[in-house]
Design a protein around this ligand. Structure first.
Ligand code: TXA
Ligand code: MG
Length: 330
C-alpha cells in the first residue's frame, strides 16, 4: 500500500472519509485513527496492531460541543473538560449515539487533542477519530516520527506530519460512568488535580506507590508498554550499585537521574556510550524520553534496560505506572 506521508489536512481528511487509517501525533503519543462511524476501518486498526478485540478505542474530538452531541456530559464532566481539554485527559462517559464505535458498548472514551492543526483535521473529517496509540499491541507507544514511519509506512493510508508528541506518556483516563468516578489510567494530569473536581475520586493504591498494578479498564489487563529488552525498575541506591557492577556491559542500558549531580561519575556515565545511557533531570523529561529510549534500545539489541524510579512529586504518578507495567512484562 502507498502511504501518504503529509501535512495536508484536506488530503488526510479525505483519506479518513474514504474509510482509510491515518497515523497522527497528539501531545501525548502518536495515535492510529479511523472514522468513529466506520466500523470496518476501526476494525482494521485492531488487525494492524494485533489488538485484543475487547479493548475499546478512544474517540478524538475537536470540541466539547461535539462530545456533547454523542455523550451524556454531566455538569462536573463539563467543568473538567473546560479545565483540561484540549489536553491529555480522557473521560469515559455514558454514550448517547449508539452508532459510534464500539457500537456494543454503552460508554465512550473521549478526548480532545491539544495540537490545533490536528483538531482542524478532525473537524475536516466530519467525524470523531477513533484511535488507540500507534504501536504494536503490548509494545511501547511511539513518540518519534522516524519510528512511526519505520512501523507504519506501507501499512496505513496516511501519516500526518506535524509537531511530535511532547508529553511522551498516554493520557489520564477517568471513568465517569458511575459514582464515584474512578481513575482508570494515570497520566500527566494527576489524581490530586482531579480531586479538586471530585474529592471522592477512586484512585487505585497501585497508581500511587510502588507495587503491582491492578487492571481496571479493559486495556489495563494486557501486557503493556514493554520493549523487547527486560526492564528493571530500581531505587536510586540499587540503580547506582547495578551501574557499578554492569555499567560497562554493552548489552545494558540506563535511564535515570543518578550521577547527574556528581561530576566525575557523570562523565564516566555519559562517556560509556551516550546512546545506551540517558540522564534526565525531571520526571517530565523522563516521561518525554522514555518510549523513544525503549525503542532505541530495541534497535540496538540491548538485553536489559535499567530504569531509576521517578522522583517524588509532580509527574511521578503516570511515569511510575508505565515503568511498573513495562517491568512486570518481563
Ligand atoms: O494519550 C492517549 O490516550 C493516546 C492518544 C493517541 O490519544 N491513546 C491511547 O489509546 O493511549 P489506547 O487505546 O492505547 O488506550 C486507551 C485506554 C485503554 O486502556 C482502554 O481500555 C481504555 O482507554 N478505554 C477506552 N474506551 C474505554 C471504555 N469505553 N471504557 C473503559 N476504558 C476504556
Ligand atoms: Mg496503547
Amino acid at each position: 500500500m502507498k502511504t501518504q506521508i503529509s501535512s495536508d489536512v484536506r488530503l488526510l481528511a479525505d483519506l479518513i472519509r474514504k474509510g482509510g487509517v491515518v497515523v497522527f501525533p497528539t501531545e501525548t503519543v502518536y495515535g492510529i485513527g479511523a472514522s468513529s462511524y466506520n466500523e470496518e476501518a476501526c476494525k482494521r486498526i485492531y488487525q494492524i496492531k494485533g489488538r485484543p478485540s475487547d479493548n475499546p478505542l478512544i474517540a478524538h474530538f475537536s470540541s466539547i460541543e461535539e462530545i456533547k452531541s454523542v455523550c451524556e456530559v454531566s455538569e462536573v464532566a463539563e467543568r473538567l473538560l473546560c479545565e483540561f481539554a484540549p489536553g491529555p485527559l480522557t473521560l469515559v462517559l455514558p454514550k448517547k449515539n449508539p452508532n459510534i464505535f464500539p457500537k456494543e458498548l454503552s460508554t465512550l472514551a473521549v478526548r480532545i487533542p491539544k495540537n490545533p492543526i490536528v483538531r482542524d483535521w478532525i473537524k475536516t473529517c466530519d467525524s470523531p477519530i477513533s484511535a488507540p496509540s500507534a504501536n504494536l499491541s503490548g509494545r511501547p507507544s511511539l513518540t518519534r516520527m522516524t519510528d512511526v514511519v519505520r512501523y507504519f509506512d506501507g501499512i496505513v493510508d496516511g501519516i500526518f506530519v506535524t509537531d511530535e508528541p511532547s508529553l511522551g506518556i498516554e493520557s489520564t483516563v477517568v471513568g465517569m460512568f458511575e459514582d464515584p468516578p474512578v481513575l482508570l489510567r494515570p497520566g500527566s494530569i494527576e489524581s490530586n488535580e482531579l480531586k479538586r473536581f471530585f474529592p471522592n475520586l477512586l484512585v487505585p493504591n497501585s497508581f500511587l506507590v510502588e507495587g503491582k498494578t491492578v487492571p481496571l479498564s479493559p486495556g489495563m489487563k494486557y501486557k503493556h508498554y514493554a520493549p523487547k529488552a527486560n526492564v528493571k525498575l530500581l531505587s536510586p541506591d540499587a540503580f547506582s550499585s547495578e551501574w557499578n557492577r554492569y555499567g560497562t556491559d554493552s548489552k545494558t542500558a540506563w535511564i535515570g537521574f543518578s550521577y547527574a549531580n556528581e561530576e566525575k561519575l557523570e562523565s564516566t556515565f555519559t562517556k560509556t556510550n551516550p546512546t545506551r545511557v540517558k540522564i534526565v533531570s525531571s520526571n517530565f523529561e523522563y516521561s518525554t524520553e522514555l518510549y523513544a529510549f525503549f525503542e532505541s534500545c530495541d534497535q540496538m539489541g540491548i538485553d536489559t534496560i535499567h530504569c531509576e524510579t521517578p522522583k517524588e512529586g509532580e509527574g511521578k504518578e503516570g511515569l511510575l505506572n508505565r515503568l511498573q507495567k513495562a517491568s512486570e512484562a518481563n
